[in-house]
Design a protein around this ligand. Structure first.
Ligand SMILES: C[S@@+](CC[C@H](N)C(=O)[O-])C[C@H]1O[C@@H](n2cnc3c(N)ncnc32)[C@H](O)[C@@H]1O
Length: 421
C-alpha cells in the first residue's frame, strides 16, 4: 500500500511571514465582511476570541490557536500537501458537473482558494469557526472566488464518559497505532440520551396542544441551503468527538453521486535501529514524552487525536461507496538524496517542529497528561528540547541513510454517495 516518496513536480514558493493587515478580532479592521474576491456570512466582531498563554484561540474548546503564527504554519503545510500529490489538490476527479465544493474547517483557506482558482466553473464554500486572514491567502494564491462562512460545525459536543474513553489509552501505543478505529468507538455512544418516542397510551386530552405555542424543534446537524458535489476536510484530527455524526452530515449534504475526501497525516517516530536498546536510550526522549502526553490530554479533552476517523469503515458505515485511500510518504528532514525530496523534507521538518507548541500548549495546560496539568513554561521547555532532538537527529542522519529515512504518512480517504441515494 505504501508508495515510494514521489518526485514533486512543482517548485516551492518562497514563503515569507505575512505582515498584511488582518481582519480579525485583534484588528481595527475586523468589521470587513467582503474582500475583493469573496464574501463572508458573518462579521468577525460577532465572534469570541480567547487570548491564552500568548496565543489566540477561536473559542474555549478547539485546541489549536488561530493566530498569525499558526496561519503561517498552515500555509507552508498546504504547500507540502500539494507537493505530496505532485501539484494536485485532490485525489478525486473534479469534472464539469462538480458545481459546488465545500471545504470543512478551511482555516486560512489555502486549499479553498487554490481549488476555486483551478476550477473556476465551481462554486466553492469554505467554512470555519475561526476568523483567519483570508485577504492574505487570496493575495498569495490568486483570484479564486470563495464564499467564506463562519460557523461551529461541532453540533454534538463530547462524550459524557471521558474517563471511559481515557481508560482505553492503556491498550494503545500512540507511536505504532495512530489509525486504530477500535480505540475511540464507544458502545456507550448514546448513553444518557432519552429516546424521543411518544407514548401511545396517552389519552386524547393529553394529546391536545395549542398551535400558537408550538415551536419547531431545532434539528441537530448542519444547515446548508443546497447540497454539494464534493466535500473536503483536511487536518481536522481532534476537532470532533463523534466522527460517525460528522460523516452522516457530510453524506446528507452531498448530492447523489457526490464525493467526500478527508486528508491528514500520521507521524510515526523512526524505529529503534538497535532493538536491544533500553527504553531510556531511545532517541527523541522529550519528543516521545510530549507526544504521549499530548495524546493522553486529547483523550481527556474528549476529542482524541490520531487518524482513526479515516478508517474506511467510518465512510462505509455512513453509506459511502468506492471508498479508497491514497498514501504518500513525505520525508521528514533533509536526509533524501534527491534535491526535490530534500526540499519537501525540509519544509515538512519546519511544519512539524512548529506544530509542537500549538498542538500541545492548550491540551497540556488545560487537561494535562496522566499525572498532572502542565504549565505553559513547562510545555515550551519540553517543546524546545524536542525540537533540538529533531534537529540533532536530522544533522546526524543526513548523508547516512539516504535510501530510506524518516517519513510522514500522508493519506487521503475518499468515498462516493450512490447516484441512487
Ligand atoms: C489544523 S486547521 C486545518 C485548516 C485547513 N483545513 C488546512 O488544511 O489548512 C483546523 C481548522 O479547523 C477549524 N475547526 C476546528 N473545529 C471546528 C468546528 N467545530 N467548526 C468549524 N471549524 C472548526 C479550526 O478553526 C481550524 O481552522
Amino acid at each position: 500500500m505504501e508508495e515510494e516518496p514521489p518526485q514533486p513536480d512543482n517548485p516551492a514558493r518562497d514563503h515569507t511571514a505575512a505582515q498584511h493587515k488582518r481582519a480579525r478580532a485583534d484588528s481595527e479592521t475586523s468589521t470587513s465582511v467582503e474582500s475583493i474576491h469573496s464574501t463572508r456570512t458573518l462579521q468577525s466582531e460577532d465572534l469570541e476570541f480567547v487570548q491564552e498563554n500568548d496565543r489566540i484561540y477561536a473559542n474555549q474548546t478547539y485546541f489549536i490557536p488561530c493566530d498569525q503564527t499558526e496561519q503561517d504554519r498552515l500555509t507552508i503545510q498546504h504547500q507540502v500537501y500539494v507537493y505530496a500529490l505532485k501539484g494536485k489538490l485532490t485525489t478525486t476527479k473534479i469534472t464539469p458537473s462538480t458545481r459546488r465544493i465545500l471545504d470543512l474547517g478551511t482555516g486560512p483557506g489555502n486549499w479553498a482558494v487554490a481549488i476555486a482558482q483551478q476550477y473556476p466553473h465551481a462554486e466553492v464554500v469554505g467554512i470555519d469557526m475561526a476568523v483567519w486572514d483570508l485577504e492574505t491567502t487570496e493575495g498569495e494564491t490568486g483570484s479564486g472566488r470563495v464564499t467564506w462562512e463562519i460557523d461551529d460545525l461541532d453540533v454534538w459536543g463530547v462524550e459524557p464518559d471521558i474517563d471511559e474513553l481515557t481508560s482505553r489509552l492503556e491498550h494503545y501505543d500512540p507511536f505504532r497505532d495512530p489509525a486504530a478505529r477500535h480505540l475511540t468507538d464507544s458502545s456507550s455512544r448514546f448513553k444518557g440520551k432519552e429516546p424521543q418516542t411518544q407514548s401511545h397510551s396517552s389519552s386524547v386530552t393529553e394529546l391536545s396542544f395549542d398551535p400558537y405555542i408550538l415551536k419547531p424543534e431545532a434539528q441537530p446537524g448542519w444547515h446548508f441551503s443546497q447540497p454539494f458535489d464534493f466535500i473536503h476536510a483536511r487536518c481536522l484530527s481532534g476537532a470532533f468527538a463523534h466522527w460517525e455524526d460528522v460523516y452522516a452530515e457530510i453524506y446528507k449534504n452531498l448530492m447523489p453521486g457526490g464525493w467526500v475526501e478527508i486528508a491528514a497525516y500520521e507521524l510515526v517516530l523512526p524505529e529503534m535501529e538497535n532493538s536491544t536498546s533500553e527504553p531510556d536510550e531511545f532517541p527523541f526522549q522529550s519528543l516521545r514524552r510530549l507526544y504521549r502526553a499530548m495524546m493522553t490530554a486529547s483523550f481527556k479533552s474528549g476529542r482524541p487525536l490520531g487518524t482513526f476517523y479515516m478508517h474506511p469503515t467510518y465512510l462505509e458505515d455512513a453509506g459511502f461507496k468506492d471508498v479508497r485511500t491514497t498514501y504518500v510518504n513525505v520525508p521528514v528532514g533533509t536526509w533524501p538524496e534527491d534535491e526535490e525530496q530534500k526540499k519537501i523534507g525540509k519544509m515538512f521538518l519546519v511544519v512539524f517542529m512548529e506544530s509542537l507548541e500549538p498542538f500541545c500548549l492548550r491540551l497540556l495546560t488545560k487537561y494535562g497528561d496522566a499525572e498532572r496539568i502542565w504549565t505553559a513554561e513547562e510545555v515550551r521547555e519540553v517543546v524546545e528540547k524536542a525540537k533540538n532532538e529533531i534537529l540533532e537527529w536530522d544533522a546526524r542522519i543526513e548523508g547516512v541513510r539516504r535510501k530510506e529515512g524518516w517519513c510522514a504518512n500522508f493519506k487521503w480517504v475518499v468515498g462516493r454517495k450512490s447516484k441512487n441515494a
